[in-house]
Design a protein around this ligand. Structure first.
Ligand code: ZN
Length: 316
């Protein structure tokens, strides 16, 4: 199910109907707006045993079921979480080993008449070596293979890769489209508005919210508020600290959100001195949190300090 992106879906519908796919696309734009979903739906359309046109395939044939379940041998996915080599942990980069394995897999001729779809997410996280090896693949594209490259920040993707792919930009999704989807899934207008505000144009976040129960939704909403306050600085985080201080559970959850936000920021940071600074800030926040839990230090004061450290860490 694709929410919004009418122009892009219409474009691909035409391209699919004409059988005129390019060999590589670079989908770029903000996270969680539907880039990967569209790539997956095109993959199903190409591999579906019934319909050869339109998005998402029939959803019922063996091929569609396997593709949806991540078990289709002709849909190859690569990202920081998805690897072709044996190690399964989340990596900071996509290493050269993955691209070597991809080249090996693609070196076999495809079954006659059958497409192979390669979806590479986090393209900006390809290691330098991996990016150059991947470029070679794009320069000598294997037969009946289409690549979907997915990136949030196109400026971090090698120019040579960009020039070998057709770039398609995906913007944030309009609230109307998200609201329409939610109300079509039995959500009240008020609830749909609330989820829309929370998702802020990220359709994937809205879909995620529909699949979670209210308590999880509420706590994620608070976590998002915390990272927002950290970026915005003191006038935003002081009211947060004050509110959180009065409830023991929320107090801990808030400290935890600060730590998680800092860790995510640390993972993204490529600059070594900044990494060291962030690591120290994470440590400080953990230390203050432990003191808040174990001693009778004033929780409001602890939270102010936690937010202060966190906010320093978010400065670029
Ligand atoms: Zn099908």
């Amino acid at each position: 199910m694709i929410i919004g992106h009418k122009r892009q879906t219409e474009y691909f519908q035409k391209v699919l109907a004409r059988g005129a796919l390019a060999h590589a696309y670079l989908f770029h734009g903000p996270a969680n707006v539907g880039k990967r979903t569209i790539a997956e739906e095109i993959a199903r359309a190409l591999l579906c045993e019934k319909s050869k046109k339109g998005f998402g395939g029939c959803g019922a044939c063996d091929s569609c079921v396997r593709a949806s379940g991540g078990a289709h041998e002709n849909v190859i996915r690569l990202s920081r979480e998805e690897t072709l080599v044996s190690k399964k942990e989340i990596r900071k980069e996509i290493p050269i080993e993955d691209i070597r394995e991809l080249r090996r897999v693609l070196s076999f001729s495809p079954q006659p008449g059958i497409w192979r779809v390669v979806i590479v997410s986090d393209v900006e996280q390809l290691s330098q070596e991996a990016a150059h090896a991947f470029l070679k693949l794009l320069e000598e594209p294997p037969a009946r293979t289409v690549f979907f490259l997915i990136a949030e920040h196109i400026e971090y993707v090698l120019l040579t890769i960009r020039s070998r792919t057709q770039g398609i930009y995906f913007s944030l999704v309009l609230d109307d489209a998200i609201r329409g989807y939610l109300m079509g899934h039995a959500f009240s207008r008020a609830r749909a508005d609330e989820i829309c505000a929370y998702a802020a144009g990220r359709a994937g976040v809205a879909v995620g919210a529909t699949q979670k129960d209210d308590a999880i939704f509420e706590s994620e909403k608070r976590a998002r508020g915390v990272s927002h306050a950290l970026v915005k600085g003191a006038p935003f985080f002081f009211p947060y600290a004050e509110k959180a201080a009065s409830d023991e559970d929320i107090r801990l959850e808030t400290a935890d959100s600060v730590i998680r936000t800092l860790r995510e920021r640390l993972l993204e940071e490529a600059h070594v001195p900044a990494q060291a600074r962030l690591a120290k800030q994470v440590k400080n926040v953990v230390r203050i949190t432990e003191a808040m839990v174990r001693t009778n230090v004033n929780p409001r004061l602890s939270l102010d300090l936690i937010f202060f450290e966190g906010s320093e860490g978010m400065k670029r």
